[in-house]
Ligand binder design. Sequence first.
Ligand code: MC0
Length: 148
Amino acid sequence: MDNSDLFICIDHVGLAVANLDDAIKFHTEVMGWRVLHRESNAEQGVEEAMIGTGTQGPENAQIQLLAPLNENSTIAKFLAKSGPGMQQLAYRVHDVEKVAATLNERGVRTLYPAPKIGTGGSRINFCHPKDTGGILLELVEPASGTAH
Ligand code: MC0
C-alpha cells in the first residue's frame, strides 16, 4: 500500500476508566462533550461510550471511554498497572486487513491473525505497543456506511 492510502484520520482516543457512568458524567457535565454511542463488547471485555463535541464532524476524533466488564478485562489489567488514563490511539482505515499486512511487512506486529469486531460493528486489530513506540495503536475499519 502507498503511505497515502494507509490511514484516513484519528478515529478515536481510548481512555481507561474505572466506572463508565462516573466518567460520562464528568465528560458531559464538566467538559461539555455529549454521548454519541454506548455499548458493551464482551469479547473485548469492555463497557464503552463514544463521546463527541457539540460540533462533531465525521472525521473529527472521538473520545472512547472504556470501563472493564469484568476482572479479566484488558482494561482491568491496565487500570491495575497504570491507573486511569489514555489506553489507546485508534487510526481509521479503509481496509484493516490490508493495513495490518502492510504494517506487518514493515516489522510491526498486529495482535490478531484476523480482525475482530469493535465499536458499532467495526472491524479492528491492534499494533503491539512494543513496535509502535509505546502506544497501543488500534486499526479501525468502520462498519460500512458509518463512521461510528
Ligand atoms: C500494555 N502495555 C501497553 C499497554 N498495555 N503500552 C501502552 N499502552 C497500553 N495500553 C505494555 C506494558 O506496559 C508492558 O510493557 C507490555 O505492553 C505488556 O503488557 P502487560 O501488562 O503484560 O499486558 P499484556 O501483554 O497482557 O497485554 C497487553 C496487550 C493487551 C496490548 C497485548 O492489552 C491487548 O490485547 N490489547 C488489545 C485489546 C484491548 O486493549 N481491548 C480493550 C479495548 P513492559 O515494558 O512493562 O513489558 S476494546 C476496543 O478498543 C474496541 C471496543 C474498539 O475500539 O472498537
